[in-house]
Design a protein around this ligand. Structure first.
Ligand SMILES: [Fe+2]
Ligand SMILES: [Fe+2]
Length: 460
């Protein structure tokens, strides 16, 4: 984002300073603070460019200075020069040229900040990063797909005299995942980046990660890098929301997931890698759901090859986003009221679990070119139409894809619960299916259980 440059004309020195500081802090803005309109008028006449102008309505005459109708002078020049700069006026003011916003004399500083955002058409979230601490922590896991540092990287030493930050990687210094693992084995979890370099770092992070994802690899290696970017993307979106950079990365991750699943005709090859618990649980289960879906689609009567490919794309997306707000494996494994009660969660955890589906559905609504119905499937992925909590009894009154997802997730959870690499995949899958046969009595759910059963042991 370009720097915001604000022309501020405020006769009172101390009020002007308070406003200047607040604008600098909230928006990292460059503020030109003047006390009279004359110089402001001159600068505008000279075509100096500003993003926004904020002025006091007027300065009344005193023995020392003569009257200064600030807002009027500025608005006249805006009109004369046909300038497109938004104007905010503090205090009562009237003018026939109505291109300005008023803020009351007894304004609160937040009010000005809010109007600045509104006038510039910006969002509060665009400036969240300015509230960061001097050294911003960043999980070492998020560096897995990077190969060189886009800025200096620090580690934190906790000392009695206070935290100390020591530079560990220089700008442009190379490293690889093995180096990073070594740091983690030493007990280090986070690297730190200077706040001023945060944006450079984020740009480097996304660029390098996307490039790295595209390198040629074998299936197993590919599943691993996609897992790293799954963890990175979900963590970032959980804390920062959806922004243009992460959309590129998430699109690439989903595309690779889909291609790998479509290209691999043996489910067993994917499954063996997914049982590797060094990769994130959330990723492994999401991947497994998508892979199983792809095997089952031809049986579901949901259309031809092309339509199945679109369905796979949807399922990959649902699988990626549906539990984005749950980090803890314990919470990820809860899928019914009974399990939720049994887990004896804290009020905060209960709240998180109860609302995760609905929150994820809201988050994904701001994702561009969203395939139809994704937010609804995410909202209903535990069987309740409003996405809050778990149903007392299962209902057929939700989207067929949501029902499909519920049964498959249950199955995938059971498969992953089998400890150690199973010698006989078919037997393990049968074991994983057993509890589902009891649980799902409604025909729309049952059909999917039956199809899974046929998939495990096809009729001769
Ligand atoms: Fe889930
Ligand atoms: Fe969930």
């Amino acid at each position: 984002m370009d720097t915001i440059k604000i022309l501020l004309i405020e006769p009172n020195e101390s009020i002007g300073e308070v406003i200047t500081k607040s604008l600098q802090r909230a928006f990292n803005a460059e503020v030109v603070f003047l006390k009279t309109s004359a110089e402001g008028v001159k600068r505008l006449k000279d075509r100096e460019s500003f993003s926004l102008i904020l002025v006091r309505n007027k300065n009344d005459e005193t023995p020392e200075i003569k009257e200064d109708p600030i807002a009027e002078h500025i608005l006249n020049i805006i009109y004369d020069q046909a300038l497109k700069i938004p104007l905010i006026v503090i205090g009562d003011f009237e003018h026939t040229y109505k291109k300005y916003t008023l803020v009351s004399e007894q304004f609160r500083i937040e009010e000005i900040n809010r109007l600045v955002l509104k006038s510039l058409g910006l969002k509060k979230e665009d400036f969240e990063h300015l509230k960061l601490p001097d050294y911003v922590p960043f999980s070492i896991k998020h560096f897995y797909l990077m190969t060189s540092s886009p800025c200096a990287i620090y580690i934190k030493l906790v000392k009695k005299t206070g935290d100390e930050f020591v530079k560990r990687l220089k700008n442009n210094e190379n490293f690889n995942k093995i180096d990073l693992k070594t740091y983690e084995e030493l007990g280090l979890q986070d690297f730190y980046i200077l706040r001023e370099e945060y944006e450079d770092f984020m740009n480097g992070l996304f660029l390098q990660t996307i490039d790295n994802l595209k390198l040629p690899r074998n299936l197993e290696e590919n599943m691993e890098v996609v897992g790293d970017s799954f963890v990175l993307g979900t963590n970032l979106m959980r804390s920062l929301g959806i922004n243009a950079n992460c959309i590129c990365m998430v699109d690439q991750t989903l595309l690779m997931m889909k291609n790998q699943i479509q290209k691999t005709d043996k489910l067993g090859a994917l499954l063996r890698k997914l049982l590797d618990d060094k990769m994130s649980y959330s990723y492994r289960r999401s991947y497994l759901i998508a892979a199983l879906s792809n095997t089952l689609f031809p049986k579901m009567g949901w259309g031809s090859g092309d339509q199945q490919s679109i369905l796979l794309e949807k399922i990959c997306m649902v699988a990626y986003f549906h539990d984005i707000y749950l980090e803890d494996e314990k919470l990820l494994k809860i899928s019914s009221l009974a399990e939720q009660k049994f887990a004896l969660l804290s009020p905060k955890e209960n709240d998180l679990v109860n609302n995760h589906a609905n929150r994820a559905a809201v988050l994904i609504q701001s994702y561009p070119k969203l395939p139809q119905g994704i937010d609804m499937i995410i909202k209903q992925h535990h069987g309740v139409s409003n996405g809050v909590g778990f149903p007392e009894v299962l209902t057929a009154g939700i989207s067929p894809l949501a029902i499909f997802f519920i049964v498959l997730e249950d199955f995938a959870t059971n498969i992953l619960a089998i400890s150690g690499p199973p010698e006989n995949l078919v037997n393990s899958m049968r074991e994983a299916l057993k509890p589902l046969k009891e649980k799902y009595q409604l025909p729309s759910y049952r059909k999917i259980v039956t199809e899974i059963e046929m998939m495990i042991a096809p009729k001769k």
